[in-house]
Design a protein around this ligand. Structure first.
Ligand code: B3K
Ligand code: ZN
Length: 868
């Protein structure tokens, strides 16, 4: 397969100003007629991307093109010889949506038609220069059987409809805004809508519709409410208004990712639309709010201003994740939102940045662009936007956004355009931040300090180092904003004055580390202070050099809630690593009484912010702890963590139980932040109590639960138990929800993540279960993905059975849906950090995958880079 390089970018030879598309929908043979008004833009032949299209006819300005002027490439593309500098190209192609199992291009799901075009799916619908820097105005006419497709949607505003004699009908959609082909969408079928209306701040009336399968109407309320809040928020915070008369969302149960921001017609995985308390957890509700907001925000950051090429993907994704994070922070507790985001970053992006697929936020090359919709491009990309926001402040950031949008509206631009707007609006030199876009690897930040009593001076030295990553052996320093403060021995925040400043400043301040090493001298410090660094996680780095004593102190006293949480987490991580080492030496691990104290302390203050308390109570995850080891030992980490949970459950049983009882839900189920926090805290207590042996409590909660959050929390604990305590509830859950795909996914996941010894065998049984369906991406992820990423203990089983299962599944899935297969293969790439025996077993499975003939280029790229 071919590699595409960022350095090879060339402007398109032809632009397309307008596109008229005419669809005649049929599952087996859909006809697509395209009329493209083209115009020369640079040197080169007229080459149109295409993939799997049966070309029936091609004309330029009405004249049929003879075969001699048409070159069909091995990749499916079409080259037109001697094309004039401008004109109208018309093609007619045939495609088979029902045979499309990749779910890219036009496909069917449950008898309805849906499209997914980002990144390169439009070429599976018609011949086109399928690249984001070709922006066109679209008019789309859809014709289909009236009974089969009563609803037919595309981008933009509706512009007429009518019936035909033959039982078909047609509709026309016009999108007045120029857009790249990846934002094209079509949805047609038997759908019903839940609707609302919205008036923008300048008075535009917008019809909001959520299109679902009949019967799902009662599960759209939260999505609709989230949409309305997102629209309002973007007006208030960024002054950005919606720009069409309708905003349609269609939910589909066969979908490769979370959702897609097609102009005026978002297509969503049902997982991110449908929710009611009996079927969806609090986590599901929060996911819906986030994804709805994210896709809506793309209307400006992504659609109106788009990417010049796919290497700039983070231009829209990093910025839009930043925007959805800020939105969610404004809806509830900012501190808890930040903690969750950082948890997610560390669980997915840090390992990626330390592994074989490590790539910069703006990559230099790819084989399959689908493989680059990664935590690095999304989450680290959002962190880089946040760095700029932190450096220049909210007001300058807003001016920068205004400038960026004014200047780049209706254009396909680069990351430089974004940074330049921020720089001009703020007057701050941002060149030191470009390294964050172009270098892979998580920077390590080391702190050292000394106190000079006579001079009443405290000196902080910060050092940074970015580790080598594939293809990037040497790194240069980047700009790191370090938000910090100093505490006195009693835990009170001290005002700070840096050498050279006239006055002390109260509270948190920002230090800018721009070089490999810098010292900061603080004056008038009466006694050795305790520094609190990286408040709010002001930069996505690994901080080293903070003593356990200081961590313990900061976990209780810091004024910044993020640092309080973080210090507890780092304290517990270091402790667990010591316990793992002890265990490996054959010693008894022991118990640190500071943990008991911390749990009691947290529960005492829990009422003020239960969601924060729930975060503070949860021990570092097994993956996170293993990531800190030179050679990972998943079994030892699991044993240590379980041992700690049991011990905490035993020692703190009294307060855990008291909190559990006090938080029992009274009254109606609500999804506001506080109610969610109370359930999270209560279920965190339950987990410790069950670890200490109180299985009955989980059984009772399962049986009595009035909502999915509590039911699932109990079930996931019972899934680790023995005998009827496990089998009864699992069977009950299946019987109750077997007709509900999204809930059944949870049933698969919970078993896939069980720590029970028989899980490897159970996985094979579940894979053969009649309800398991490899073709449905949610279902495939719920078993295969949940096991490989959510069950380190059994995935890394000594005999290699976990690796074998994953490779078998990837090999079976690849010919059906290469994009999902490529995503699932990732965990096998962790072999470098495993002990030699397991590493060899992992490599063997990667080699087995690579030996498969006709492997998709996405899976090839992931597996070959993992082995390199
Ligand atoms: N832009 C889409 C992701 C497309 C993934 C293509 N493989 C969803 C989003 O980020 O909003
Ligand atoms: Zn996005």
């Amino acid at each position: 397969p071919q590699t595409t390089y960022r350095a090879d970018y060339r402007p398109p030879a032809f632009l397309i100003d307008t596109v008229e598309l005419d669809f005649r929908l049929d599952p087996a043979a859909t006809l697509v007629r395209a009329r493209l008004a083209f115009r020369r833009n640079g040197p080169g032949p007229m080459r149109l991307d295409g993939q799997g299209l049966a070309l029936l006819e091609a004309r330029i300005d009405g004249a049929v093109l003879p075969e001699a002027r048409l070159g069909l490439g091995a990749d499916g593309s079409l080259t037109v010889a001697d094309a004039p500098d401008s004109g109208m190209l018309e093609t007619l192609v045939r495609i088979a949506p029902e045979k499309n199992t990749e779910l890219s291009g036009l496909y069917t799901s449950g008898g309805n038609f849906y499209t997914q075009c980002e990144a390169e799916g439009f070429r599976r619908i018609t011949f086109f220069p399928d690249r984001p820097d070709v922006m066109s105005r679209y008019t789309v006419t859809i014709t289909a059987d009236r009974a089969r497709c009563p609803v037919m949607l595309s981008n933009g505003n509706p512009d007429g409809s009518g019936g035909n004699e033959d039982g078909t009908h047609w509709v026309r959609w016009i999108d007045p805004h120029p857009k790249p082909s990846y934002l094209f969408a079509l949805v047609a079928g038997d759908l019903v809508d839940v609707h609302e209306s919205f008036v923008t701040k300048s008075g535009r009336q917008v019809a909001l519709n959520i299109w679902v399968r009949r019967g799902d109407e009662d599960r759209c309320g939260h999505a609709m409410d989230s949409l309305i809040r997102s629209m309002r928020w973007d007006e208030e915070v960024f002054g950005l208004e919606y720009d069409l008369d309708v905003f349609n969302i269609a939910a589909v149960s066969d979908f490769n990712m979370g959702a897609m921001e097609n102009k005026g017609l978002n297509v969503f995985n049902t997982k991110y639309v449908l929710a009611k308390p009996e079927t969806a957890t609090d986590g599901d509700y929060q996911g819906i709010e986030t994804v709805i907001a994210h896709e809506y925000f793309h209307n400006w950051t992504g659609n109106r201003v788009t990417c010049r090429d796919w290497f700039q993907l983070s231009l829209k994704e990093g910025l839009t994740v930043f925007r959805d994070q800020e939105f969610s922070a404004d809806q509830g507790s900012r501190a808890v939102k930040r903690i969750r985001d950082v948890r997610g970053l560390r669980a997915a992006q840090f390992p990626e940045d330390a592994g074989p697929m490590a790539h910069p936020v703006r990559p230099d090359s790819y084989i399959e662009i689908d493989n680059f919709y990664t935590p690095t491009v999304y989450q680290k990309g959002a962190e880089v936007v946040r760095l700029i926001h932190t450096r220049i402040g909210a007001a300058a950031f807003r001016r920068g956004m205004d400038l960026y949008i004014a200047r780049c509206d209706n254009r396909a631009v680069t990351i430089e355009d974004f940074v330049a707007a921020m720089q001009e609006a703020s007057g701050v030199d941002l060149s030191g931040f470009m390294g964050w876009y172009d270098q892979a690897g998580t920077p390590e930040l080391t702190m050292e300090d000394r106190y000079e009593p006579e001079a009443r001076r405290w000196v902080l030295t910060l050092r940074q180092a970015v580790p080598p990553t594939p293809g990037q052996p040497d790194k240069h320093p980047v700009a790191i904003p370090v938000a910090m403060g100093l505490l006195d021995a009693g835990g009170a925040e001290l005002p700070t004055r840096l050498a050279g400043e006239n006055e002390a400043k109260p509270g948190t301040r920002l230090l800018m580390l721009e070089a490999a090493e810098q010292s900061f001298t603080f004056e008038d410090v009466a006694a050795p202070p305790v520094p609190s660094l990286l408040r709010g996680f002001s930069a996505p780095v690994k901080l080293k050099g903070v003593s356990q004593d200081r961590l313990r102190f900061l976990a209780v006293h810091d004024t910044d809630p993020f640092v309080r949480w973080e210090s507890g987490l780092q304290y517990a991580t270091a402790l667990m690593l010591q316990m793992v080492a002890a265990r490996q030496r054959g010693e008894a691990p022991g118990f640190d009484p500071a943990l008991e104290e911390a749990v009691r302390n947290t529960l005492r203050g829990a009422e003020a912010d239960p969601a924060f308390a729930a975060e503070a109570l949860s021990l570092p995850g097994e993956g996170f702890v293993a990531d800190q080891m030179e050679v990972a030992d998943p079994a030892a980490v699991h044993a240590v963590r379980e041992g700690l949970r049991r011990e905490i459950g035993r020692r703190c049983g009294d307060v855990l139980r008291a909190t559990y009882d006090a938080l029992a839900e009274a009254g109606e189920y609500r999804v506001d932040g506080r109610s969610i926090g109370r359930r999270a805290l209560r279920n965190a207590c339950l987990a410790y109590l069950v670890a200490a042996g109180e299985t009955g409590l989980a059984e009772a909660q399962y049986a009595a639960a009035g909502n999915m959050t509590d039911r699932l929390a109990a079930l996931s604990l019972l899934a680790d138990a023995e005998g009827p305590a496990r089998e009864g509830p699992l069977a009950d859950f299946h019987a109750r929800w077997r007709g509900d795909d999204l809930v059944l996914d949870k049933w698969f996941s919970i078993q896939a993540m069980s720590s029970r010894a028989d899980t490897p065998a159970a996985i094979r049984t579940l894979y053969a279960h009649p309800d398991f369906d490899l073709r449905n991406p949610n279902r495939a992820r719920s078993l295969i993905g949940a096991f490989a990423s959510g069950n380190p203990l059994h995935f890394h089983a000594e005999d290699g059975e976990g690796y074998r299962f994953l490779a078998d599944a990837v090999i079976a899935l690849d010919p059906i849906n290469g994009s999902i297969a490529a995503r699932l293969v990732g965990p096998l790439g962790q072999w470098r950090r495993q002990a030699p025996g397991r590493a060899a077993l992992m490599r063997r499975e990667l080699e087995r995958v690579l030996a498969v003939p006709k492997l998709s280029k996405g899976t090839f790229e992931k597996a070959s880079k993992a082995l390199a």
